[in-house]
Write a protein that binds this ligand. Sequence first.
Ligand code: GLY
Length: 333
Amino acid sequence: MNRRKFIQNTALTGAGIATGVAAMSCKEVPEEKDIAVSTTKSISKSSYISISTWDTSSANNASGELLAQGKPALDAIIAGVAVEEANEENTTVGIGATPDREGNVTLDACVMSPDGDYGAVLAVENIVHVAALARKVMEETPHVIMASKGAEEFAYTQGFKKQKLLTPASEKAWKEWLKTSNYQPAINVENHDTIGMLAMDSSGDIAGVCTTSGLGYKMKGRVGDSPIIGSGLFIDNEVGAAVATGMGEEVLKTVGSFLVVELMRNGMSPQKACEEAIHRIVKKGDRYKDFQVAYIAMNKTGETGSYAIHKGFNMMKYQNENAEVIISDYYNK
Ligand code: GLY
């Protein structure tokens, strides 16, 4: 399935009906009637839940299935996003991702654990599974962020394989782009499909991860929100978790994921908190018309929410062996 399309649960109504993944079908643009404003199902202590950004059902189901086996949230999310990092057809993460203007594929990722620990890698080349590498930074070093060559060299000491990330398809697309070098990222296409995933395991512990190649045809050295704690991702195991996707510059300037979690701490539902974080961006002026940002969030009682600036964003949800797609509500109607 092309990532520019959006999968839709054909039976989705109201707050979303859970069905098997096999029942999902491709559709270019979601219908208004299919928009789920929020989900409010509370979960028991022995329940579990995994949510992820965009059309990432295989990744989210992989996470959900591990949670169903009683695995910790941190293990589930790292294994989950690895599915998309290895998917050459996904042009926004891992192998096959869109390069920078000079043809270098550089990846960013971060992870947060239930105990509030954090690890991140920035601008890493030649390593596919950068989310797992971010976890290694968190668990095996005295640091929290490693960048570029240093992160890559650390990866080899941890047994990661060197792999060329620019595939024949992504190289061909880059060479085509070079003919005009026109840099105007299209909403929901180049700007863009970061995978963020949040999970709560059957012990009630929450972990999260974010992995991306950043903006397609970005300037060499550009880093977005995804590997930056509080912007691309934030977990507070007492409260809940949030993760962002879209134009990273705007998420960074509003410290968006931390904001969502703090709003939940102050009593907002995940849905309302995502909406407020988007409002903080759009109220700055009309520029939001040219870019997409979206958040997904969950709290400790298993409520989830999602909200975007523009139409076309969706969230995957896996809970108690049911997979569903939540087509997100949005600001710019
Ligand atoms: N949200 C991903 C990025 O802007 O790099």
